[in-house]
Ligand binder design. Structure first.
Ligand SMILES: [Zn+2]
Length: 335
């Protein structure tokens, strides 16, 4: 059985990807997808690859508008219906598979996607960090990326600096930015990296395809905070969203995907109904009807949807499938 492990190890994720593209559609022919909801999260959207090269924003998880358009097209062609979290209350039928689009952070560049959503009449949730919106404050990971790239720091170092900062509360991160780059660093550079402003959020709230969700006030990675601080982060954000949109958000996306029992308790106590994680996987109906519903989300792959779409529909990403095969192979090896 050692051989199985060796084979999986040797071929790796890229093999799984190529093999899956051929095999997955055959499996899906026999699979009923009607009892599932696939939720995806996006960050920034680029107009073109040229815009990506300007380095006005950390490009890590961002895709072009053309790729976003293809993404919607792919799922509509496979009979998926796009819904909002609110729709889960109204008892969805089992007659077709469902998908949900979410955007994290609140980048103005998401307007590019809004035009596409309008075109397809497809809804989406935009999770905003309200302090960035009200103060026109650049997102800290972009600041690190922009300034370090200018200083010609290599990408591994940039990633490890960003990772290091995720251990801290927002005040400490702000302090670090201030000391490293000065006050001006908080100013966005262009429409590529800036957050939405208040007027724009007000307008978006009038769009029937858009729902505004909570992403905390300070993009707080909530596992770094005490319970009362967590509640303050959530309620401050809820309050501003209510002022701008006239409705209290029903959903939250945990910044950086991090949560624990304390975070869940605080979220429920703040009256939020839907919590979106970053655990990749499908959600199966009937979704357990609790006070607070936790939903898995896939980070939308920034490459062509044809590469990953069939994996999502089966409940995997190429990486999670690879990990599972490795795990199974090592169990078999032990036997
Ligand atoms: Zn975020």
């Amino acid at each position: 059985m050692k051989n199985l492990r060796t084979i999986v190890d040797r071929f790796g994720v890229s093999f799984i990807e190529r093999f899956g593209q051929f095999l997955n559609p055959l499996i899906l022919e026999f699979k009923n997808e009607n009892k599932q909801l696939l939720v995806f999260y996006f960050h920034g959207i680029f107009e073109s690859f040229k815009q990506k090269d300007l380095n006005h924003i950390d490009p890590q998880n961002n895709m072009t508008i053309e790729e976003f358009d293809d993404f919607i097209d792919y799922f509509q062609n496979h009979n998926y219906k796009f819904i909002l979290p609110e729709d889960l209350n109204s008892g969805l039928g089992n007659g077709q598979p469902y998908a949900m689009i979410t955007f994290d952070d609140g980048y103005f560049n998401n307007m590019l996607a809004v035009h596409v959503l309008n075109k397809y009449k497809v809804p989406a949730v935009i999770f905003i960090s309200t302090r960035n919106i009200t103060e026109n404050k650049s997102y800290w990971w972009d600041i690190i990326y922009k300034y370090r790239t200018q200083q010609r720091v290599n990408i591994e170092k940039i990633r490890s600096e960003q990772k290091y900062l995720k251990k801290f509360k927002h005040a400490r991160i702000d302090d670090y930015i201030l000391k490293s780059f000065g006050k001006k660093a908080f100013d966005p550079w262009s429409d590529i990296d800036r957050p939405f402003n208040k007027e724009e959020i007000k307008n978006l709230a009038n769009n029937p395809h858009i729902s505004i969700g909570n992403h905390t006030h300070n993009h707080a990675i909530l596992v770094n905070y005490e319970k009362d601080e967590i509640k303050r982060e959530l309620s401050a954000s809820n309050k501003i969203i209510f002022e701008l949109t006239n409705s209290i958000p029903t959903s939250i996306a945990f910044p950086n995907g991090n949560y624990n029992q304390l975070v869940l308790e605080a979220t429920e106590e703040e009256g939020i109904q839907y919590a979106f994680t970053t655990e990749p996987g499908k959600n199966l109906f009937p979704i357990e009807n609790k006070e607070l519903m936790c939903l898995n989300r896939y980070m939308a792959d920034t490459r062509k949807i044809n590469k990953s779409g069939s994996f999502y529909r089966l409940g995997y990403t190429p990486n999670t499938l690879y990990d599972e095969l490795i795990m199974r192979a090592s169990i078999l090896t032990k036997k």
